[in-house]
Ligand binder design. Structure first.
Ligand code: AMP
Ligand code: ZN
Length: 490
Protein backbone atom coordinates (compact mmCIF):
# COMPACT_ATOMS: atom_id res chain seq x y z
CA UNK A 1 0.00 0.00 0.00
CA UNK A 2 1.14 3.53 -0.77
CA UNK A 3 1.08 6.41 1.68
CA UNK A 4 -0.54 9.52 0.18
CA UNK A 5 1.23 12.73 1.16
CA UNK A 6 -1.79 15.03 1.00
CA UNK A 7 -4.28 12.71 2.46
CA UNK A 8 -6.33 12.99 5.61
CA UNK A 9 -8.19 10.38 7.57
CA UNK A 10 -7.68 6.69 8.11
CA UNK A 11 -8.78 5.30 4.75
CA UNK A 12 -7.05 7.81 2.55
CA UNK A 13 -3.76 7.27 4.33
CA UNK A 14 -3.89 3.62 3.35
CA UNK A 15 -4.99 3.96 -0.25
CA UNK A 16 -3.54 5.42 -3.40
CA UNK A 17 -6.00 8.03 -4.62
CA UNK A 18 -6.97 7.55 -8.25
CA UNK A 19 -6.40 10.12 -11.00
CA UNK A 20 -9.50 12.22 -11.72
CA UNK A 21 -10.56 11.93 -15.35
CA UNK A 22 -13.23 14.29 -16.76
CA UNK A 23 -15.13 14.63 -20.03
CA UNK A 24 -13.92 17.78 -21.79
CA UNK A 25 -16.65 19.25 -23.99
CA UNK A 26 -14.07 20.92 -26.22
CA UNK A 27 -12.14 17.78 -27.15
CA UNK A 28 -15.16 15.50 -26.63
CA UNK A 29 -13.04 13.04 -24.73
CA UNK A 30 -12.19 12.03 -21.19
CA UNK A 31 -8.95 13.62 -20.02
CA UNK A 32 -6.95 13.46 -16.79
CA UNK A 33 -7.22 16.61 -14.71
CA UNK A 34 -3.61 17.69 -14.24
CA UNK A 35 -3.46 21.00 -12.33
CA UNK A 36 -1.65 23.85 -14.08
CA UNK A 37 -0.14 24.93 -10.76
CA UNK A 38 1.18 22.42 -8.23
CA UNK A 39 -1.75 20.57 -6.76
CA UNK A 40 -4.17 23.46 -7.10
CA UNK A 41 -7.19 23.66 -9.41
CA UNK A 42 -8.69 26.97 -10.58
CA UNK A 43 -12.33 26.63 -11.54
CA UNK A 44 -14.82 29.14 -12.90
CA UNK A 45 -18.53 28.45 -12.74
CA UNK A 46 -21.20 30.61 -14.35
CA UNK A 47 -23.51 31.66 -11.55
CA UNK A 48 -27.08 32.88 -11.35
CA UNK A 49 -28.66 35.83 -13.05
CA UNK A 50 -30.40 37.38 -10.07
CA UNK A 51 -33.59 38.55 -11.78
CA UNK A 52 -35.90 36.01 -10.09
CA UNK A 53 -35.85 33.17 -7.56
CA UNK A 54 -33.83 30.13 -8.69
CA UNK A 55 -35.69 26.90 -9.45
CA UNK A 56 -34.43 23.38 -8.73
CA UNK A 57 -33.27 23.08 -12.35
CA UNK A 58 -30.73 25.82 -11.66
CA UNK A 59 -29.74 23.99 -8.50
CA UNK A 60 -29.09 20.81 -10.43
CA UNK A 61 -26.26 22.65 -12.16
CA UNK A 62 -24.94 24.11 -8.89
CA UNK A 63 -25.18 20.68 -7.26
CA UNK A 64 -23.10 19.13 -10.04
CA UNK A 65 -20.52 21.86 -9.54
CA UNK A 66 -20.55 21.17 -5.80
CA UNK A 67 -19.99 17.44 -6.34
CA UNK A 68 -17.14 18.25 -8.74
CA UNK A 69 -15.57 20.64 -6.22
CA UNK A 70 -15.91 18.16 -3.35
CA UNK A 71 -14.53 15.32 -5.50
CA UNK A 72 -11.48 17.38 -6.46
CA UNK A 73 -10.80 17.87 -2.75
CA UNK A 74 -11.62 14.25 -1.87
CA UNK A 75 -9.04 13.13 -4.43
CA UNK A 76 -6.36 15.18 -2.69
CA UNK A 77 -6.26 18.41 -4.70
CA UNK A 78 -6.90 21.99 -3.60
CA UNK A 79 -9.25 24.35 -5.36
CA UNK A 80 -9.97 28.03 -5.86
CA UNK A 81 -13.41 28.44 -7.36
CA UNK A 82 -15.23 31.49 -8.65
CA UNK A 83 -18.99 31.66 -9.15
CA UNK A 84 -20.06 34.96 -10.64
CA UNK A 85 -23.29 36.75 -9.89
CA UNK A 86 -24.86 38.27 -12.99
CA UNK A 87 -26.56 41.34 -11.57
CA UNK A 88 -26.56 43.32 -14.82
CA UNK A 89 -27.99 41.96 -18.07
CA UNK A 90 -31.10 42.39 -20.23
CA UNK A 91 -33.32 40.69 -17.62
CA UNK A 92 -32.17 42.49 -14.46
CA UNK A 93 -32.29 45.90 -16.18
CA UNK A 94 -35.79 45.16 -17.50
CA UNK A 95 -36.98 44.14 -14.02
CA UNK A 96 -35.46 47.11 -12.19
CA UNK A 97 -36.65 49.63 -14.79
CA UNK A 98 -40.17 48.25 -14.74
CA UNK A 99 -40.32 48.62 -10.95
CA UNK A 100 -38.57 52.01 -11.01
CA UNK A 101 -35.92 50.91 -8.48
CA UNK A 102 -32.12 50.63 -8.58
CA UNK A 103 -30.43 47.51 -9.87
CA UNK A 104 -29.12 46.78 -6.34
CA UNK A 105 -32.56 47.03 -4.76
CA UNK A 106 -34.02 44.82 -7.45
CA UNK A 107 -31.41 42.04 -7.28
CA UNK A 108 -30.82 41.92 -3.47
CA UNK A 109 -33.80 39.74 -2.45
CA UNK A 110 -32.99 37.21 -5.20
CA UNK A 111 -29.34 37.19 -4.19
CA UNK A 112 -30.19 36.65 -0.51
CA UNK A 113 -32.59 33.82 -1.39
CA UNK A 114 -29.94 32.25 -3.62
CA UNK A 115 -27.41 32.08 -0.77
CA UNK A 116 -30.06 30.85 1.68
CA UNK A 117 -30.89 27.99 -0.71
CA UNK A 118 -27.22 27.17 -1.35
CA UNK A 119 -26.63 26.86 2.40
CA UNK A 120 -29.77 24.82 2.96
CA UNK A 121 -28.76 22.43 0.17
CA UNK A 122 -25.34 22.12 1.81
CA UNK A 123 -23.67 23.40 -1.36
CA UNK A 124 -20.22 24.48 -0.18
CA UNK A 125 -19.47 28.17 -0.33
CA UNK A 126 -16.81 28.79 -2.99
CA UNK A 127 -13.90 31.17 -2.57
CA UNK A 128 -15.24 34.08 -4.68
CA UNK A 129 -18.71 35.32 -5.65
CA UNK A 130 -17.93 38.41 -7.75
CA UNK A 131 -20.87 40.58 -8.80
CA UNK A 132 -20.64 41.83 -12.38
CA UNK A 133 -21.37 45.42 -11.33
CA UNK A 134 -18.13 45.44 -9.27
CA UNK A 135 -15.97 44.61 -12.31
CA UNK A 136 -17.10 47.16 -14.93
CA UNK A 137 -13.62 48.84 -15.19
CA UNK A 138 -12.00 45.45 -15.94
CA UNK A 139 -14.64 44.77 -18.62
CA UNK A 140 -14.04 48.18 -20.21
CA UNK A 141 -10.29 47.47 -20.22
CA UNK A 142 -10.78 44.17 -22.06
CA UNK A 143 -13.04 45.80 -24.64
CA UNK A 144 -10.38 48.48 -25.21
CA UNK A 145 -7.79 45.74 -25.86
CA UNK A 146 -10.17 43.98 -28.29
CA UNK A 147 -10.71 47.28 -30.17
CA UNK A 148 -6.95 47.96 -30.28
CA UNK A 149 -6.22 44.45 -31.57
CA UNK A 150 -8.91 44.72 -34.25
CA UNK A 151 -11.24 42.02 -32.87
CA UNK A 152 -13.96 44.54 -32.04
CA UNK A 153 -15.66 47.46 -33.81
CA UNK A 154 -18.16 50.14 -32.97
CA UNK A 155 -21.54 49.67 -34.65
CA UNK A 156 -23.76 52.45 -36.00
CA UNK A 157 -26.03 52.03 -32.96
CA UNK A 158 -23.15 53.10 -30.68
CA UNK A 159 -22.63 49.58 -29.27
CA UNK A 160 -19.30 47.72 -29.53
CA UNK A 161 -19.35 44.30 -31.23
CA UNK A 162 -16.97 41.36 -31.50
CA UNK A 163 -16.07 40.42 -35.08
CA UNK A 164 -16.22 36.63 -34.99
CA UNK A 165 -14.56 36.36 -38.44
CA UNK A 166 -11.35 37.67 -36.86
CA UNK A 167 -11.14 34.72 -34.50
CA UNK A 168 -10.48 31.51 -36.45
CA UNK A 169 -11.08 29.31 -33.41
CA UNK A 170 -14.69 30.59 -33.14
CA UNK A 171 -16.91 27.53 -32.86
CA UNK A 172 -14.22 25.31 -31.27
CA UNK A 173 -16.30 24.52 -28.20
CA UNK A 174 -19.70 24.00 -29.77
CA UNK A 175 -18.08 22.42 -32.86
CA UNK A 176 -19.59 24.94 -35.26
CA UNK A 177 -17.99 25.33 -38.66
CA UNK A 178 -17.68 29.06 -39.18
CA UNK A 179 -16.94 28.70 -42.93
CA UNK A 180 -20.32 27.12 -43.49
CA UNK A 181 -22.02 29.88 -41.54
CA UNK A 182 -20.33 32.83 -43.21
CA UNK A 183 -23.48 34.38 -44.65
CA UNK A 184 -25.39 34.29 -41.37
CA UNK A 185 -22.32 35.39 -39.49
CA UNK A 186 -22.34 38.82 -41.08
CA UNK A 187 -25.29 39.72 -38.82
CA UNK A 188 -25.02 41.24 -35.37
CA UNK A 189 -26.82 40.33 -32.15
CA UNK A 190 -27.32 42.82 -29.37
CA UNK A 191 -29.23 40.50 -27.02
CA UNK A 192 -27.40 38.56 -24.30
CA UNK A 193 -28.96 35.23 -25.24
CA UNK A 194 -29.47 33.70 -28.68
CA UNK A 195 -29.20 30.28 -30.24
CA UNK A 196 -27.08 28.49 -32.85
CA UNK A 197 -29.44 29.55 -35.64
CA UNK A 198 -28.27 33.11 -35.06
CA UNK A 199 -24.48 32.81 -35.01
CA UNK A 200 -23.32 36.39 -35.42
CA UNK A 201 -21.10 39.18 -34.17
CA UNK A 202 -22.07 39.69 -30.55
CA UNK A 203 -22.24 42.70 -28.31
CA UNK A 204 -19.39 43.63 -25.94
CA UNK A 205 -20.71 47.01 -24.83
CA UNK A 206 -24.37 47.81 -25.24
CA UNK A 207 -25.11 51.50 -25.85
CA UNK A 208 -27.47 53.17 -23.39
CA UNK A 209 -31.07 53.54 -24.48
CA UNK A 210 -32.99 55.72 -21.96
CA UNK A 211 -36.33 54.23 -22.90
CA UNK A 212 -35.18 50.66 -22.41
CA UNK A 213 -32.61 51.10 -19.63
CA UNK A 214 -34.19 53.80 -17.44
CA UNK A 215 -31.39 55.29 -15.38
CA UNK A 216 -29.07 52.27 -15.53
CA UNK A 217 -25.82 52.89 -17.40
CA UNK A 218 -22.07 53.28 -16.89
CA UNK A 219 -19.66 55.78 -18.44
CA UNK A 220 -16.99 54.37 -20.77
CA UNK A 221 -14.62 55.52 -23.53
CA UNK A 222 -17.19 54.08 -25.99
CA UNK A 223 -20.06 56.11 -24.53
CA UNK A 224 -22.70 55.43 -21.87
CA UNK A 225 -23.96 51.88 -21.68
CA UNK A 226 -23.32 48.54 -20.03
CA UNK A 227 -21.27 45.42 -20.71
CA UNK A 228 -22.58 42.39 -22.61
CA UNK A 229 -23.21 39.31 -20.48
CA UNK A 230 -20.42 37.28 -22.11
CA UNK A 231 -17.86 39.99 -21.38
CA UNK A 232 -18.74 39.86 -17.69
CA UNK A 233 -17.51 36.29 -17.24
CA UNK A 234 -14.33 36.77 -19.30
CA UNK A 235 -13.33 39.78 -17.22
CA UNK A 236 -14.15 38.30 -13.80
CA UNK A 237 -12.50 34.94 -14.56
CA UNK A 238 -9.29 36.57 -15.79
CA UNK A 239 -9.12 39.14 -13.01
CA UNK A 240 -9.53 36.60 -10.20
CA UNK A 241 -8.07 33.35 -11.58
CA UNK A 242 -5.65 34.50 -14.29
CA UNK A 243 -5.55 34.13 -18.08
CA UNK A 244 -5.72 30.32 -18.17
CA UNK A 245 -8.08 28.30 -15.98
CA UNK A 246 -7.95 24.60 -15.19
CA UNK A 247 -11.71 24.13 -15.56
CA UNK A 248 -14.67 26.19 -16.73
CA UNK A 249 -18.11 24.79 -15.93
CA UNK A 250 -21.77 25.54 -16.61
CA UNK A 251 -25.12 24.16 -17.63
CA UNK A 252 -25.36 22.82 -21.17
CA UNK A 253 -27.41 25.86 -22.24
CA UNK A 254 -24.37 28.05 -21.50
CA UNK A 255 -22.25 26.20 -24.06
CA UNK A 256 -23.43 28.30 -26.98
CA UNK A 257 -23.19 31.23 -27.33
CA UNK A 258 -22.05 32.17 -23.82
CA UNK A 259 -18.97 29.98 -23.42
CA UNK A 260 -18.04 30.15 -27.09
CA UNK A 261 -18.03 33.95 -26.78
CA UNK A 262 -16.05 33.87 -23.54
CA UNK A 263 -13.32 31.91 -25.36
CA UNK A 264 -13.28 34.36 -28.28
CA UNK A 265 -12.99 37.39 -25.98
CA UNK A 266 -10.48 36.00 -23.50
CA UNK A 267 -8.14 34.31 -25.99
CA UNK A 268 -8.12 37.30 -28.36
CA UNK A 269 -7.07 39.49 -25.41
CA UNK A 270 -4.46 37.25 -23.81
CA UNK A 271 -3.24 35.18 -26.75
CA UNK A 272 -3.44 32.16 -24.41
CA UNK A 273 -5.80 29.25 -24.02
CA UNK A 274 -8.67 30.40 -21.78
CA UNK A 275 -9.55 27.09 -20.14
CA UNK A 276 -7.85 23.69 -20.26
CA UNK A 277 -11.15 21.92 -19.72
CA UNK A 278 -14.83 22.64 -20.23
CA UNK A 279 -17.55 20.71 -18.44
CA UNK A 280 -21.28 20.98 -19.05
CA UNK A 281 -24.10 19.45 -17.06
CA UNK A 282 -27.40 18.33 -18.53
CA UNK A 283 -30.75 19.79 -17.63
CA UNK A 284 -33.40 18.92 -15.14
CA UNK A 285 -36.56 18.12 -17.08
CA UNK A 286 -40.24 18.05 -16.27
CA UNK A 287 -42.33 15.89 -18.62
CA UNK A 288 -39.37 15.75 -21.03
CA UNK A 289 -39.08 19.54 -21.21
CA UNK A 290 -36.38 21.72 -19.64
CA UNK A 291 -37.54 23.10 -16.30
CA UNK A 292 -37.64 26.83 -16.87
CA UNK A 293 -39.28 30.05 -15.80
CA UNK A 294 -40.54 30.73 -19.31
CA UNK A 295 -42.39 27.39 -19.58
CA UNK A 296 -43.82 27.82 -16.08
CA UNK A 297 -43.06 24.15 -15.32
CA UNK A 298 -40.78 24.83 -12.38
CA UNK A 299 -40.53 24.06 -8.68
CA UNK A 300 -38.44 26.21 -6.40
CA UNK A 301 -36.56 24.60 -3.56
CA UNK A 302 -39.06 26.21 -1.14
CA UNK A 303 -41.98 24.59 -3.01
CA UNK A 304 -40.51 21.18 -2.16
CA UNK A 305 -39.78 22.13 1.45
CA UNK A 306 -43.41 23.28 1.75
CA UNK A 307 -44.48 19.84 0.52
CA UNK A 308 -42.70 18.38 3.56
CA UNK A 309 -39.39 17.24 2.02
CA UNK A 310 -36.11 18.08 3.75
CA UNK A 311 -33.21 19.91 2.16
CA UNK A 312 -31.08 16.76 2.39
CA UNK A 313 -33.69 14.72 0.51
CA UNK A 314 -33.74 17.33 -2.27
CA UNK A 315 -29.93 17.34 -2.33
CA UNK A 316 -29.85 13.56 -2.62
CA UNK A 317 -32.40 13.62 -5.44
CA UNK A 318 -30.32 16.16 -7.37
CA UNK A 319 -26.98 14.42 -6.91
CA UNK A 320 -27.90 10.82 -7.66
CA UNK A 321 -28.03 11.11 -11.46
CA UNK A 322 -24.84 11.49 -13.50
CA UNK A 323 -24.34 15.09 -14.59
CA UNK A 324 -24.30 14.24 -18.29
CA UNK A 325 -27.67 12.50 -18.11
CA UNK A 326 -30.89 14.47 -18.18
CA UNK A 327 -32.78 14.15 -14.91
CA UNK A 328 -36.54 13.93 -15.20
CA UNK A 329 -38.03 15.45 -12.06
CA UNK A 330 -41.08 13.75 -10.55
CA UNK A 331 -42.48 13.68 -7.02
CA UNK A 332 -42.32 9.84 -6.94
CA UNK A 333 -38.64 10.22 -7.92
CA UNK A 334 -38.17 12.50 -4.92
CA UNK A 335 -39.93 9.90 -2.74
CA UNK A 336 -37.44 7.31 -4.03
CA UNK A 337 -34.54 9.60 -3.08
CA UNK A 338 -36.06 10.00 0.37
CA UNK A 339 -36.18 6.19 0.77
CA UNK A 340 -32.52 5.77 -0.26
CA UNK A 341 -31.38 8.53 2.07
CA UNK A 342 -33.38 7.03 4.96
CA UNK A 343 -31.48 3.79 4.38
CA UNK A 344 -28.14 5.59 4.69
CA UNK A 345 -29.24 7.61 7.72
CA UNK A 346 -30.72 4.58 9.54
CA UNK A 347 -27.46 2.72 8.96
CA UNK A 348 -25.41 5.54 10.49
CA UNK A 349 -27.76 5.71 13.50
CA UNK A 350 -27.59 1.95 13.94
CA UNK A 351 -23.78 2.11 14.14
CA UNK A 352 -23.94 5.08 16.51
CA UNK A 353 -26.16 2.98 18.76
CA UNK A 354 -23.54 0.22 19.28
CA UNK A 355 -22.35 0.62 22.90
CA UNK A 356 -18.70 0.92 23.91
CA UNK A 357 -19.01 -2.29 25.89
CA UNK A 358 -19.23 -4.39 22.70
CA UNK A 359 -15.65 -5.51 22.19
CA UNK A 360 -15.86 -8.56 20.00
CA UNK A 361 -16.32 -8.13 16.32
CA UNK A 362 -15.64 -9.54 12.89
CA UNK A 363 -12.23 -10.95 11.89
CA UNK A 364 -9.94 -7.91 11.34
CA UNK A 365 -8.85 -8.96 7.83
CA UNK A 366 -12.35 -9.64 6.63
CA UNK A 367 -13.50 -6.35 8.15
CA UNK A 368 -10.65 -4.37 6.55
CA UNK A 369 -11.47 -5.91 3.17
CA UNK A 370 -15.02 -4.50 3.39
CA UNK A 371 -13.72 -1.01 4.17
CA UNK A 372 -10.91 -1.00 1.59
CA UNK A 373 -13.21 -2.40 -1.08
CA UNK A 374 -15.86 0.22 -0.46
CA UNK A 375 -13.35 3.07 -0.35
CA UNK A 376 -11.61 2.02 -3.58
CA UNK A 377 -14.86 1.45 -5.41
CA UNK A 378 -16.23 4.84 -4.29
CA UNK A 379 -13.04 6.77 -5.12
CA UNK A 380 -12.49 5.07 -8.49
CA UNK A 381 -16.08 5.63 -9.57
CA UNK A 382 -15.96 9.32 -8.77
CA UNK A 383 -12.55 9.63 -10.44
CA UNK A 384 -14.14 8.24 -13.60
CA UNK A 385 -15.89 11.44 -14.69
CA UNK A 386 -17.93 11.61 -11.44
CA UNK A 387 -19.74 8.32 -11.87
CA UNK A 388 -22.00 9.01 -8.93
CA UNK A 389 -24.45 6.15 -9.39
CA UNK A 390 -21.63 3.58 -9.17
CA UNK A 391 -20.10 5.49 -6.23
CA UNK A 392 -23.47 5.29 -4.45
CA UNK A 393 -23.66 1.58 -5.12
CA UNK A 394 -20.32 1.25 -3.27
CA UNK A 395 -21.98 2.92 -0.28
CA UNK A 396 -25.04 0.64 -0.45
CA UNK A 397 -22.89 -2.49 -0.82
CA UNK A 398 -21.04 -1.50 2.33
CA UNK A 399 -24.34 -0.85 4.12
CA UNK A 400 -25.59 -4.32 3.12
CA UNK A 401 -22.38 -6.06 4.26
CA UNK A 402 -22.05 -4.21 7.57
CA UNK A 403 -25.78 -4.54 8.31
CA UNK A 404 -25.31 -8.30 7.95
CA UNK A 405 -22.47 -8.12 10.50
CA UNK A 406 -24.70 -6.10 12.82
CA UNK A 407 -27.52 -8.65 12.43
CA UNK A 408 -25.20 -11.47 13.50
CA UNK A 409 -23.64 -9.31 16.26
CA UNK A 410 -20.24 -9.53 14.63
CA UNK A 411 -19.25 -5.88 14.94
CA UNK A 412 -17.42 -4.27 17.84
CA UNK A 413 -17.73 -0.68 19.04
CA UNK A 414 -14.26 0.12 17.60
CA UNK A 415 -15.22 -1.37 14.22
CA UNK A 416 -18.48 0.60 14.19
CA UNK A 417 -16.43 3.78 14.72
CA UNK A 418 -14.24 2.89 11.74
CA UNK A 419 -17.27 2.42 9.51
CA UNK A 420 -18.68 5.72 10.75
CA UNK A 421 -15.41 7.40 9.88
CA UNK A 422 -15.56 5.95 6.38
CA UNK A 423 -19.17 7.13 6.01
CA UNK A 424 -18.03 10.60 7.11
CA UNK A 425 -15.38 10.52 4.37
CA UNK A 426 -17.98 9.57 1.79
CA UNK A 427 -20.12 12.38 3.11
CA UNK A 428 -17.40 14.96 2.42
CA UNK A 429 -18.55 14.45 -1.19
CA UNK A 430 -22.22 13.53 -0.72
CA UNK A 431 -23.08 16.02 2.03
CA UNK A 432 -26.35 14.31 2.98
CA UNK A 433 -25.73 12.48 6.29
CA UNK A 434 -26.57 13.88 9.75
CA UNK A 435 -23.98 12.68 12.26
CA UNK A 436 -25.02 14.83 15.19
CA UNK A 437 -28.16 14.85 17.25
CA UNK A 438 -29.95 18.18 17.84
CA UNK A 439 -28.10 20.31 20.38
CA UNK A 440 -29.46 22.32 23.30
CA UNK A 441 -29.01 26.09 22.84
CA UNK A 442 -28.78 28.88 25.45
CA UNK A 443 -32.02 30.81 25.96
CA UNK A 444 -30.52 34.22 25.11
CA UNK A 445 -29.21 32.88 21.77
CA UNK A 446 -32.67 31.54 20.89
CA UNK A 447 -34.15 34.96 21.75
CA UNK A 448 -31.66 36.67 19.42
CA UNK A 449 -32.59 34.24 16.64
CA UNK A 450 -36.25 35.15 17.14
CA UNK A 451 -35.46 38.90 17.03
CA UNK A 452 -33.41 38.42 13.88
CA UNK A 453 -36.28 36.59 12.22
CA UNK A 454 -38.55 39.54 12.98
CA UNK A 455 -35.98 41.99 11.56
CA UNK A 456 -35.73 39.90 8.38
CA UNK A 457 -39.49 39.73 8.02
CA UNK A 458 -39.69 43.53 8.17
CA UNK A 459 -36.76 43.64 5.72
CA UNK A 460 -34.50 45.45 8.19
CA UNK A 461 -31.35 43.83 6.86
CA UNK A 462 -29.01 46.13 8.81
CA UNK A 463 -30.55 45.11 12.14
CA UNK A 464 -30.66 41.46 11.07
CA UNK A 465 -26.91 41.61 10.37
CA UNK A 466 -26.21 43.24 13.75
CA UNK A 467 -28.13 40.48 15.52
CA UNK A 468 -26.24 37.86 13.48
CA UNK A 469 -23.01 39.41 14.88
CA UNK A 470 -24.41 39.28 18.41
CA UNK A 471 -25.23 35.58 17.94
CA UNK A 472 -21.69 35.13 16.70
CA UNK A 473 -20.33 36.69 19.88
CA UNK A 474 -22.17 34.04 21.87
CA UNK A 475 -20.23 31.41 19.94
CA UNK A 476 -22.89 30.41 17.41
CA UNK A 477 -23.48 30.92 13.71
CA UNK A 478 -26.97 31.04 12.30
CA UNK A 479 -27.79 29.43 8.97
CA UNK A 480 -30.98 30.42 7.14
CA UNK A 481 -32.76 27.45 5.67
CA UNK A 482 -36.17 27.19 4.04
CA UNK A 483 -37.36 25.44 7.19
CA UNK A 484 -36.18 28.36 9.31
CA UNK A 485 -32.93 29.41 10.99
CA UNK A 486 -30.55 26.71 12.18
CA UNK A 487 -27.83 27.24 14.80
CA UNK A 488 -24.34 25.81 14.73
CA UNK A 489 -21.72 25.95 17.45
CA UNK A 490 -18.51 27.64 16.20
P1 AMP B 1 -29.64 31.51 -15.26
O1 AMP B 1 -29.92 32.08 -13.89
O2 AMP B 1 -30.82 31.41 -16.13
O3 AMP B 1 -28.46 32.21 -15.91
O4 AMP B 1 -29.18 30.00 -15.03
C1 AMP B 1 -28.23 29.68 -14.07
C2 AMP B 1 -27.70 28.30 -14.29
O5 AMP B 1 -28.75 27.33 -14.19
C3 AMP B 1 -27.07 28.08 -15.66
O6 AMP B 1 -25.82 27.42 -15.47
C4 AMP B 1 -28.04 27.20 -16.41
O7 AMP B 1 -27.37 26.33 -17.27
C5 AMP B 1 -28.68 26.42 -15.28
N1 AMP B 1 -30.04 25.93 -15.61
C6 AMP B 1 -31.12 26.63 -16.01
N2 AMP B 1 -32.20 25.81 -16.19
C7 AMP B 1 -31.78 24.55 -15.89
C8 AMP B 1 -32.40 23.24 -15.86
N3 AMP B 1 -33.68 23.06 -16.18
N4 AMP B 1 -31.65 22.19 -15.50
C9 AMP B 1 -30.34 22.34 -15.15
N5 AMP B 1 -29.70 23.54 -15.14
C10 AMP B 1 -30.39 24.63 -15.51
ZN1 ZN C 1 -20.59 32.87 -17.61
Amino acid sequence: MIIEENSVGIMKSKQKLPQLVLFNTETRSKEPLIPLKNNHISMYTCGPTVYDYAHIGNFRTYMFEDILRRTIKFLGMEITQVMNITDVDDKTIRGATKKGISLDEYTKPFLDAFFDDLDALNIERVEYYPAATDYIPQMIKMIEVLLEKGFAYKGKDGSVYYNIQKFPRYGCLSHLKLDELKTGASERVATDEYDKEHVADFVLWKAYDPERDGTIYWESPFGQGRPGWHMECSAMATEILGETLDIHVGGVDNLFPHHENEIAQSEACSGKQFSKMWLHSEHLLVDSKKMSKSLGNFYTFRDLINKGYTAKQVRYMLLQTHYKTQLNFTLPGLEGAKGSLDRIQNFVERLQGIPETVQTGCHPEKFQAYLDGAFNFFAQSLADDLNISVALSAVFDLIRDINALCDSQEISYAQAQEVLELMAQFDTVLGVISFELEEEYPKEVLQLVEQRQQARQSKDWGLADQIRDAIHEHGYTVEDTPTGPRLHKQ
